[in-house]
Design a protein around this ligand. Structure first.
Ligand code: MLZ
Length: 265
């Protein structure tokens, strides 16, 4: 449980409100994560979503799994919630009359795929069907409002969940902006995206919520630019960081890729 950042204090200091739970396509109580590292399951290839592949659980973080497609490299890991519809028990694809596909960038000759598949499943630890949870229903309509706070996956560093603010709302979409970062990480997503979570999510799942960045000074009603990203000035808001911050995360220039040591999160 992370004590580095305190939402209650932060919401008060920024005079902002948390986006209500019912805005999100997330279960009110985060799903239990019973999976274990090493278990195999079926997953849609994120780079080729019509393909269902075999994936191995490489890591567990909160209600998410870090997955690697069998036959792929170690540079394209992805994270999925245990109640994601992108993952399913082994055997589901075949039951539906489908065929398991090699991942995009299959490292061997395509002709060796059938044998590879047999070998990878032989004696494998299969994730039990009961571990997979039903995806929550879509919230309708989009009830996010500009200024509401949330926790969001940093899509450039998808192992990170960070404090964020709704910067804009258009139809079914919301613009997610990251507190204390200058826009390089911001993105538009559907309001029913599985990448956004209500305030307090990480503390419920045991995920480490990242503290806000320190590149932008957050004043009560507006966020104004205080310093260049390389010349870091600490925000005036020191109080939410009660314990020592993660050194690799602090004061780095955004957009430089993954800091070493973070990939194992
Ligand atoms: N230190 C890394 C990660 C930044 C994370 C920002 N999240 C909104 C970097 O500077 O790239």
């Amino acid at each position: 449980k992370s004590e580095q950042f305190n939402w209650d204090d932060y919401l008060k200091e920024t005079e902002s409100v948390a986006a209500p739970l019912h805005c999100f396509r997330q279960s009110r109580i985060p799903p239990k994560n019973d999976f274990k590292v090493g278990m195999k399951l079926e997953a849609h290839d994120p780079r080729n979503v019509t393909s269902v592949c075999i994936a191995t659980i490489i890591g567990i973080t909160g209600a998410r799994l870090r997955l690697r497609l069998d036959g792929s490299d170690n540079k394209n890991d992805f994270w999925r919630l245990v109640d994601s519809s992108d993952i399913q028990p082994i055997g589901t694809c075949e039951k539906k009359g489908g065929m398991l596909q090699p991942p995009l960038g299959f490292q061997m000759n395509a002709s060796s795929w059938p044998m590879f598949l047999l070998r990878t499943l032989n004696g494998a630890e299969i994730a039990p069907a009961a571990f997979f949870k039903k995806e929550p229903p879509k919230p309708v309509p989009n009830c996010f409002k500009v200024g509401m706070k949330l926790e969001a996956i940093d899509r450039k560093n998808p192992y990170l969940i960070c404090p964020a603010t709704i910067g804009d709302v258009k139809g079914d979409e919301v613009f997610v902006t990251f507190d204390g970062w200058r826009g390089a990480f911001d993105y538009w997503c559907r309001c029913d995206s599985r990448d956004i979570f209500p305030v307090g999510w990480c503390s419920l799942t045991g995920d480490a919520l990242q503290p806000p960045g320190n590149n932008v000074s957050i004043t009560k009603s507006s966020a104004k630019i205080q310093s260049s990203p390389s010349k870091v000035t600490r925000r005036s808001m020191q109080s939410p960081q009660k314990s020592a911050p993660v050194p690799a995360q602090r004061g780095r220039k955004p957009g430089r890729g993954k800091p070493p040591g973070q990939s194992a999160v």
